[in-house]
Design a protein around this ligand. Structure first.
Ligand SMILES: Cc1cc2nc3c(=O)[nH]c(=O)nc-3n(C[C@H](O)[C@H](O)[C@H](O)COP(=O)(O)OP(=O)(O)OC[C@H]3O[C@@H](n4cnc5c(N)ncnc54)[C@H](O)[C@@H]3O)c2cc1C
Length: 440
């Protein structure tokens, strides 16, 4: 048996990489099992990604959408937290190589391994786009987007030439999936409601929000009817949606699109471009695939068997977004159920059982926020939009936020913003003052 804690020697050691939806649920499922659990994460907080866009647009604070991992697991006596980035694995020695925050390296042994390290933004091989088109996957991304958006309004306010202001007041969003639609809608709401009376030279409501999407309708994962409703709402709040186009270049001053059908190239002067069009597995997936001798599937994900373990490695499970299992989508519910399933299989094996039941995903539906009082909810035959969808969306997101404090705080902030049309989470930090201006 391997353990990082001498007090726990003798019990099988379960190492979980990633404290997102999959990892936390795997750890919790092992609460009563006779194992010691080590949750390794490169960060200190469990992040509620579905509300990242609200943090990016000043509606919620970073603290409202994240919870310290240690706090989440504080009552789970058999679990410890190890803050480090997993960088390699030796499946023969059964060790994971980790790099701590001070760049020092260590090895952590395991008897069972659950990998739930998620995805990162993909630029589809056009890595140069990363310099000017911020993705939307981490807290750093959300804070960088917040900085970019509010800085753009501030710069525009100081320019006397109306033509010079326009690119600063043009916000481009690449990708018409839920994240792109939510971001586009929020920027328009920010411009037309929250900032309405705060500027003297510019009218923030003049801000153009351009939404570019390659398919022929936004939110293609929803039914055609709901997708059409979303489009109507976007039109009504003033988002300019361009379908059938790909964003093919982004610079500090402009975004370029190419029409898929005609090949027509169009350039829009825009100082802010946000990128929501793709994800790929985090680099650890590559190290894992090489070490285990498996081919990565779509987006660099790791193929798993019925019980979510990797073929030929019954002690290694991959769950959540990084796992490729029967085409299941990269959504929170798949990760949560997958994490619980891996935890249950391990608990059963440790208790002396031999069963390795297959993972059965229960689809609870999906939801997307479009604008104030407009959201979509699709669950089986239930299809809601407008105000009903919005209420359902709000209830679901509150229910899934980690921690009573975050739930209560978010309800309060949302209620206040609704009544007063304000957004108060607009603080910008620069990290390194020497390079701060470059990020504009
Ligand atoms: C902007 C946005 C909006 C979304 N909206 C919705 C929604 O409305 N509904 C929905 O169902 N889903 C939504 N999703 C998808 C959902 O958030 C993911 O499906 C879910 O987070 C996947 O969980 P996971 O545990 O696989 O990975 P994650 O939640 O991404 O967690 C991965 C964890 O692994 C850690 N990690 C990564 N690499 C390493 C490493 N090498 N070593 C150690 N730790 C590492 C990370 O720090 C992170 O904590 C959204 C995602 C985004 C980005």
């Amino acid at each position: 048996m391997r353990s990082t804690d001498p007090g726990r020697v003798g019990r099988p050691h379960v190492v979980i990489i990633g404290a997102g939806f999959g990892g936390i649920n795997a750890a919790r499922r092992l609460r009563d099992a006779d194992v010691s659990v080590t949750v390794i994460d490169r960060g200190t907080s469990h992040l509620f990604q579905p509300l990242l866009y609200q943090c990016a647009t000043g509606a919620l604070s970073e603290g409202s959408i994240s919870t310290p991992i240690r706090h989440l697991l504080r009552r789970q006596r058999n679990a410890e937290v190890y803050c480090a980035e997993a960088t390699g694995i030796d499946p023969v020695a059964r060790t994971v190589t980790v790099t701590r925050m001070d760049s020092s390296v260590a090895e952590v042994g395991y008897d069972y391994l659950v990998v739930a390290a998620g995805m990162r933004t993909s630029y589809h091989g056009n890595e140069h786009l990363m310099d000017h088109a911020i993705g939307m996957k981490t807290l750093d991304d959300a804070l960088a987007i917040r900085r970019k958006i509010f800085a753009a309004f501030e710069v525009a306010e100081t320019l006397s030439d109306p033509e010079a202001r326009k690119p600063w007041l043009t916000f481009a969003v690449a990708g018409g999936g839920p994240t792109g639609v939510e971001l586009a809608g929020q920027i328009r709401e920010l411009a037309t409601l929250a900032l309405e009376r705060e500027f003297r030279s510019i009218d923030p409501a003049e801000a153009r929000v351009l939404l570019f999407h390659g398919a022929d309708r936004v939110l293609p994962s929803f039914s055609e009817t709901l997708s059409a409703r979303a489009r109507e709402t976007l039109d009504a709040i003033g988002v300019e949606t361009h379908l059938g186009v790909h964003v093919t270049d982004v610079t500090a001053e402009a975004v370029q699109t190419t029409d898929k059908a005609t090949g027509t190239v169009t350039t829009y002067p825009a100082r802010t471009t946000l990128w929501t069009t793709g994800v790929e597995a985090v680099p650890f997936a590559g190290a894992l695939a090489t070490a285990l001798g498996v081919d990565q599937a779509r987006g660099g994900t790791i193929p798993v068997g019925d019980d979510l373990s990797v073929d030929g490695h019954p002690e290694i499970f991959v769950v959540g977004d990084m796992s490729s299992h029967r085409g299941l989508p990269g959504v929170a519910e798949v990760a949560m159920q997958g994490g619980r399933h891996a935890g249950a299989v391990i608990a059963g094996l440790v208790a002396g059982g031999a069963d390795r039941p297959g993972f059965r995903y229960r689809d609870l539906g999906s939801a997307a926020y479009i604008a104030r009082r407009h959201a979509l909810l699709e669950a089986g035959r239930v299809r809601l939009s407008g105000r009903m969808g919005w209420l359902a969306w709000g209830a679901i997101h509150i229910a899934f936020l980690a921690g009573v404090r975050n739930r209560a705080g978010t309800v309060l902030v949302w209620a206040t913003s609704l009544m007063t049309d304000t957004r108060r989470e607009r603080a910008i930090t620069y990290g390194d003052p020497q390079t701060a201006r470059k990020s504009f």
